[in-house]
Design a binder for this molecule. Structure first.
Ligand code: KPL
Length: 323
């Protein structure tokens, strides 16, 4: 296979698809570090609203500054895209990518930084020559209002390739360079040798907390005080452990129940991203989270009754909410 000579990631501009909390966080930290990124808004009207606002009001360490980050929308794109950080909601990824597909270089580097699983494979199928990587972050950021962003809590970001590509020179050096090029201070991105396990564990945590926060309409920490929710968390985790075993993804998962409770405690004051979506009348990520889990289980001939029930319930609440 031909070896590609992708130029050093650190010298290239990252385009950021998805101007939500995480995309905005990366763009703001880059801007404050003197690096250029380009935020890609959904359409001309959201780009115009951003320009009208004069940028993103970014708050970190209780200090706010207005950052005028270079921005565009699919209709206004001119430059080819060689490096793309994808921070859209999982279910919006393919539509958002379709809108910019003519600008994405065939051998582009694409990093998916979003909740849920099952999207990277679809992106890779549509961009077969691209280097598609996945990342997971525990950085905390939220948008109190449009074009305002608060960096609420420091976390860790891991990046990796589910399968190390064979068509590029020195893939592990390439990964290290990409991680470095996305480490805009204070963000720090580290290469994970086993990103699949990282993403699987994150999926499990999201399956246990997000739907229940919607069903019980509460902050993450409040789940810990509800006996019914605590029983549901234990059952969700047991079902995920059974599926993990069937998929040989159960290494180091013995502490999963404990970790779910710790995350709920550590993020006690948060409204989960799924609850925020429901409260804002947006589509949720349930299909890429619990939906993905239940589809994987069905392929294994396993049923996950508690997860299936949460999936049905969130679908119902979401439909009711958006109608
Ligand atoms: O990732 C999260 C989310 O809300 O999507 C958790 C970890 C549950 C924190 O709120």
């Amino acid at each position: 296979m031909q070896k590609s000579t992708v130029s050093s990631p650190s010298t290239q501009v990252w385009s950021i698809l998805g101007a939500g909390a995480i995309g905005g966080l990366w763009a703001c930290c880059a801007q404050r570090s003197g690096c250029t990124t380009e935020l890609i808004f959904r359409d001309q009207s959201s780009l115009a609203a951003y320009r009208e606002h004069g940028g993103i009001a970014f708050t970190a360490n209780e200090q706010t500054e207005l950052l005028n980050i270079p921005a565009c929308c699919p209709q206004a794109l001119v430059q080819p895209i060689q490096q793309l950080l994808i921070t859209t909601k999982a279910q919006q990824t393919l539509t958002a990518l379709h809108a910019i597909k003519d600008h994405v270089q065939p051998d582009a580097i694409m990093v998916l930084l979003q909740n849920g699983l099952g999207i990277a494979e679809q992106v890779q199928a549509q961009f077969p020559q691209a280097l598609v990587l996945q990342a997971s972050t525990t950085e905390g950021a939220y948008r109190p209002k449009p074009f305002s962003l608060v960096h609420a809590g420091r976390g860790q970001t891991l990046i990796g390739a589910a399968v190390l590509p064979t068509n590029i020179k020195d893939p592990s050096q390439q990964l290290t360079d990409i991680a470095k090029s996305l480490s805009y201070a204070p963000l720090s991105v580290t290469v994970s040798e086993n990103i699949e396990a990282v993403l699987w564990r994150k999926l499990a945590i999201n399956c246990a907390i997000n739907p229940l926060s919607v069903i019980h309409r509460c902050r993450n920490g409040e789940l810990l005080n509800k006996p019914e929710a605590m029983t549901q968390i234990a059952t969700v985790v047991d079902e995920i452990l059974a599926l993990s075993k069937a998929l040989h993804l159960d290494d180091n998962l013995a502490d999963l129940h404990q970790q779910v409770l710790e995350v709920a405690r550590a993020t006690a004051n948060n409204r989960s991203s799924m609850l925020q979506d429901i409260e804002s009348g947006r589509e949720t990520e349930i299909e890429a989270i619990t939906g993905h889990l239940c589809r994987l289980a069905a392929k294994q001939g396993l049923s996950l009754p508690c997860n299936q029930q949460l999936l049905d319930e969130v679908r119902r609440i979401s439909t009711q909410n958006r109608s």
